[in-house]
Write a protein that binds this ligand. Structure first.
Ligand code: ATP
Ligand code: MG
Length: 348
């Protein structure tokens, strides 16, 4: 079997990308893309998956394809090095899903904790669209169609990768070695596994409206940071404060480097010293939030500026997506053909 190293990851075009995506997956993708360690990198805009819980709003999904593509280019994904494409343009993915559906039970899908949480968040309890319920299967099709060995994503995707591995294993056992087993690649930094929303909610998510977007203007970023959830019992500056569950400190865990301190808060050497002072009392939320604001502004400014350049030529973005989709389709066609051969359904 081929031992190529291949990356596949995706984002749903349900909104612009946010700093949760950035630390959970995007930043890593750019590093991997530029590392030269991978034979191929596939980056998919998962519009078909977005329709599974937005069937009544195709216009939203359509518009956000461009937004997500702009965010990609702005953070440094490079169409010369990565194949950037649109899921719905690859019909082979539907065909693969159709065959994989026979390898998964309803009760197995019902156990998926991420889907469970998403059903709850969307008030789908009594009205789950079948397409939404089965999206872990279609995700397995996405991953295996491109023979992905490495899937750099956030922690919420762990159950999806487990499901994909089970399908690969079952398929290969029944029909013979055909599909490649993927490995999840989680962020090293614990704070980046699942960045909370600015409201302190467990996950920053487009669908929850608690995001700092990569494209937010400086004033909006600042406003959002100043309104962030901290420790509700830390009322006066001299009060001792809690770090655990304090979203501002979780963001600092995700973004602060020692040289940020040298530049913006030289009275502290590092984050540990800042945390100690906060816990002791005598350090106000506003000072900590201002520090976080400096750091995020510094990180987001070049991204925002590059995005504005790309925004000038949407036709070029669509052309790039078109070219990428043609390349991706070719790769998926090959896998589907192998799959049908293994299943013995290549009749003609
Ligand atoms: P939706 O609410 O529409 O599902 P989302 O904000 O959850 O949107 P996705 O497109 O589902 O975003 O996720 C894209 C990628 O970003 C996945 O790899 C996911 O693990 C990662 N990701 C999403 N939100 C976070 C977060 N808050 N922290 C870390 N990683 C995240
Ligand atoms: Mg999601």
């Amino acid at each position: 079997m081929m031992s190529e190293k291949i990356i596949l990851t995706a984002d749903r075009p349900t909104g612009r990308l946010h700093i949760g995506h950035y630390v959970g997956s995007l930043k890593r993708r750019v590093q991997l893309q530029n590392s030269g360690e991978f034979d191929k990198v596939f980056i998919m805009i998962a519009d078909a998956q977005a329709l599974t819980d937005n069937a009544d709003n195709p216009e939203k999904v359509r518009q956000n394809i461009l937004e997500v593509a702009l965010d990609y280019l702005a953070i440094g994904l490079d169409p010369e090095k990565s194949v950037i494409f649109i899921q719905s343009q690859i019909p082979e993915l539907c065909e693969l899903s159709f065959y994989y559906m026979n390898l998964v039970t309803v009760s197995r899908l019902q156990r998926n904790p991420t889907v469970k949480a998403e059903i709850k968040a969307r008030d789908f309890e009594t009205s789950i669209p079948v397409g939404f319920f089965t999206y872990p299967i279609s995700q397995a099709a996405d991953i295996t169609a491109f023979r992905a060995t490495t899937v750099p994503v956030g922690e919420d995707q762990e159950p999806m990768l487990e499901q994909a591995k089970e399908i690969v294993h079952k398929f290969n056992t029944i029909y013979g070695e055909t599909l490649v087993e993927p490995e999840i690649l989680l962020p090293d930094n614990k704070a980046c596994l699942r960045l909370p929303g600015i409201d302190g909610n467990a996950k920053m998510s487009k669908s929850l409206g608690n995001c700092i977007y990569l494209a937010d203007e400086p004033g909006d970023v600042k406003k959002k940071i100043m309104s962030m959830f901290t420790d509700p019992n830390h009322i006066r500056v001299e009060d001792p404060g809690r770090i655990e569950g304090n979203t501002v400190f979780t963001y600092l865990d995700a973004f602060a480097l020692d040289d940020h301190f040298a530049r913006y808060l030289p009275e502290y050497k590092n984050l540990d010293e800042l945390k100690e002072h906060y816990k002791r009392g005598g350090l106000g939320d506003v000072k900590v939030k201002k520090f976080l604001n400096h750091i995020l502004q510094e990180e987001l400014e070049p991204i925002r500026n590059r995005r504005k350049e790309y925004e000038k030529d949407p036709a070029a973005i669509y052309q790039m997506l078109h070219d990428g989709s043609i390349k991706a389709k070719r790769a998926a066609e090959e896998t589907l053909s192998e799959v049908k051969k293994s299943m013995g359904i290549n009749y003609f």
